[in-house]
Design a protein around this ligand. Sequence first.
Ligand code: GDP
Ligand code: MG
Length: 431
Amino acid sequence: LRSGLLSVLEKVKNSVILDTKEVDSIIRELQRVLLKADVDVRLVFELSEKIKKKFFSREIPPGFSKRDVLIKILYDELVSLLGGENATPYTLGRMPYKIMLVGIEGSGKTTTAAKLAKYLKENGYSVGLIAADTYRPGAYEQLQQLATKIGVSFYGDPQCKDPVRIVEEGVKVLEGRGVQVFIIDTAGRHKDEVSLMQEVSEIYEKLKPDDVILVVDATQGKGVAKQAIAFKEKVPLGHVVVTKLDGSAKGGGALSAVASTGAKVAFIGTGEKLDDFEAFDPYKFVARLLGMPDLEGLLRKFQALEEHEKERARLAAAGKITLLDLKEQLLEIKKLGPLSKVLEMLGGPPIAVKGSLEGGEKEIDKWIAVLNSMTEEELLKPEIIDRSRMTRIARGSGTTVRDVKRLLESYTQMKKIMRQIYRSRRRIQGF
Ligand code: GDP
Ligand code: MG
């Protein structure tokens, strides 16, 4: 997925005008990459449509290029494909806290139980592991060894064939040893799905765990969605762990498949060792996949833009007009065509003002040029425009510092008038 996405980004960077044709070609490359990573066809199609729609309907904000906007949209949509919108860090509720692991055989439950135990131990919890897999030969020893290695409490009974009893006993025994967080490893036979599901239900009913974590294997790609749905029918799934993301070409398919079922991926397994385990953060994950050194800067820039937009909405709600509003107003006026034409349509301007109208026209162009040379921040907070910024703006717009000053003065004037109007309106509304 990683090398594939790099080729998509390469295409974005090499694009020239980003018209429909170029964007289509980029999207086709993206589709190829995602399908190869085993992402479901329907999800790929939805994502493509969303990206196109967003890109062609979004205005390019000042200070950004079309390319910036496309990369941001790609990033957002990939994050959302991996469940970004409802991702939250994994936290435990009130102690004692019981976590039950479920999943089919070989998905990595036992390994994950140990990894999670280590992770939680390192976060200061007193953790205990319970071996409730009574089917797999050596399951008891496997977990016991791992528990010893990590240094957490362990309970199991190789003689007992009843997982429900083991769990009951285990909780009692470990509670006596001061365990707060119980991690229960269960069986996951492949062949007899009906009795596996029955066993999972029974343990669930008896234990009433605080969290049920489904463990799935990334090498199964989009196939893991079926597992998530099947387990969800039997027990309320709290979280999912996707294992074997290391070296699996189908990781993208597995992660997006889980997200599409509405389940949350809490952790990912990235190797056989106990430390090859990390909290899943779709934002970081996608940023790493895209591997752009400048991505972080770009995302920060977009965040600043969002904050500005919020600030602007706040100012607007308070009846304050900004230079950004002024700029938009002027652009609207320009869209109507030459001022004299506009007035002609309205019945024609008096001959006497024709000359000054042309002057007004030029004035508007000049103002727009000045406003175009300001940053978004300056447009929203003109008070930060000092002498050196004025010089820069004047140079950028082919005007003079005097012109910039004049515009700022007019704006201050306008603001005063607006404030008065706003106040009197409020006063009227107040009565
Ligand atoms: P269980 O049957 O669900 O309990 O699965 P196990 O925990 O016994 O794991 C099955 C195999 O997958 C073992 O060989 C593990 O070492 C391996 N495994 C588990 N998690 C990962 C992982 O994140 N990466 C890799 N490469 N192997 C893993
Ligand atoms: Mg196991």
